[in-house]
Design a binder for this molecule. Structure first.
Ligand SMILES: *[C@@H]1O[C@H](CO)[C@@H](O)[C@H](O)[C@H]1NC(C)=O
Ligand SMILES: *[C@@H]1O[C@H](CO)[C@@H](O)[C@H](O)[C@H]1NC(C)=O
Length: 398
């Protein structure tokens, strides 16, 4: 009898054990419910966040051609072109939710934005995704090979998006490039979502070079301009400074959100990259971005990067990117000889804050603008800020 009566310490122990059991059970049960806690299963999600004419297509290819990456370019194009009306601000949640679905390889979201009987070719710029030119989406390009956009376009179109979804599920990394985010706050739900292990790479470029590049694409940018400016049909004339102002503001907003007192869930998840550093030192910069995203560099990729950034090289195949090491600096500087100084001054006026934050020196005169040995890109140590990448992905973060 006496032996059956628990002593007070034993009682405490029993209560504790019961507590532990409850915690374990709830934890186990919680894991069974994906809506409560869906682990990422080691999957990493990368958002290449940039703006128009800032080298983001090149950066996109750097990820797209990696054998562990499923890449999609500008899926939010569908949102902007379908829903157009309200302007960028009103569309940001729709854009965010579309990107979330893509990260989760749920392509049913495109039903809202594509024709009823859709083909994979209804996805914007689909053939720029190496993964959509490789098995299981298409037999054309072996997974470790580099895809050819025009070949892929010709031979990899299929009915439905099932193939794309299956392909997406079969990769460890899903990478999306977007120019249609203007803040990080709308991405907070993704950053907090335990099912998504998000890393954000923010690519920026000297606004003066951006303007020069935008001038070669005035028509193509008209519709987007109107949405950026929240205007139904903005006139082309003089919109460009106002658009640049919005773009510059958004860079400041994004960078400051990530670097000044960022919320905990942003730590280790943001990296800023300047286009100028990327073209001058592509291998190091790309290696560091890969490592931030948890991707391995290999010999084959190194050779390919060398080839596309140096123009000629092994073989005589003409590559899609015309950045050569010889002219990388020229490309970065071209605006200095082609943009009139009064234009440069206006860009500097509207983008002053962003330029000083991101390390671009202003020119004060026509003479300074023309003096090409005067370096206008501050060395990185003066501006550079990145969080150290997190060690690795744990099955369930948060
Ligand atoms: C969709 O893909 C199928 C299969 O490749 C092709 O035969 C068809 O022409 C495509 N349809 C459209 C509208 O592109
Ligand atoms: C892609 O393939 C086409 C032939 O379809 C060829 O003309 C072109 O040079 C190839 N591009 C590259 C970058 O290899």
């Amino acid at each position: 009898m006496l032996r059956c009566r628990p002593t007070p310490p034993a009682l405490v122990l029993l209560v504790l054990l019961q507590g532990v059991a409850v915690v374990l059970l709830v934890g186990w049960y919680g894991n069974l419910l994906p809506s409560i806690r869906a682990p990422t299963q080691g999957k990493v999600h990368v958002l290449l966040l940039s703006s128009w004419r800032s080298g983001s297509s090149f950066l996109g290819q750097v990820f797209s051609q990696h054998p562990d990456v499923f890449y999609l370019m500008e899926p939010a194009w569908h949102v902007w072109t379908t829903l157009q009306q309200p302007g960028a601000r009103a569309l940001r949640m729709a854009v965010r939710d579309l990107v979330r679905s893509v990260f989760q390889c749920d392509f049913s979201v495109f039903e809202a934005y594509t024709p009823e009987h859709r083909n994979v070719s209804n996805l914007f710029m689909w053939s720029h995704s190496r993964a959509l030119c490789s098995p299981p989406a298409c037999p054309l390009t072996p997974r470790r090979a580099f895809s050819n956009e025009s070949e892929c376009k010709r031979r990899c179109d299929t009915r439905g998006l099932q193939g794309a979804e299956d392909a997406c599920r079969s990769y460890s990394h899903v990478v999306v490039k977007e120019v249609r985010f203007f803040d990080l706050v709308s991405l907070y739900p993704l950053l907090r979502d335990p099912a998504i292990d998000l890393r954000i790479i923010h690519l920026i470029r000297d606004p003066r070079a951006v303007v020069k590049s935008r001038e070669q694409a005035v028509k193509a940018l008209m519709r987007d301009n109107a949405l950026v400016l929240e205007e139904g049909d903005a006139e082309v004339i003089d919109t460009q400074y106002r658009v640049m102002q919005e773009v510059c503001r958004s860079h400041v907003r994004i960078h400051e959100t990530a670097t000044l007192k960022p919320p905990d869930f942003l730590r280790g998840r943001y990296k800023m990259v300047r286009y100028e550093d990327l073209v001058l030192n592509p291998l190091d910069e790309i290696e560091s971005m890969y490592s931030f995203a948890g991707l391995e560099m290999n010999m084959q990729l190194q050779e390919w990067i060398y080839r596309i950034t140096h123009g000629k090289g092994k073989g005589t195949r003409k590559e899609a990117f015309k950045i050569t090491s010889r002219n990388a600096k020229d490309v970065a500087q071209a605006w200095r000889t082609t943009l009139p100084h009064d234009k440069v001054q206006r860009i500097q006026e509207v983008c002053k804050g962003a330029m000083s934050l991101l390390g671009y020196r202003l020119v004060d005169s026509k003479k300074e603008q023309a003096q090409l040995d005067l370096d206008l890109v501050e060395s990185r140590k003066h501006y550079r800020f990145t969080w150290l990448p997190r060690k690795t992905t744990t099955p369930s973060r948060g």
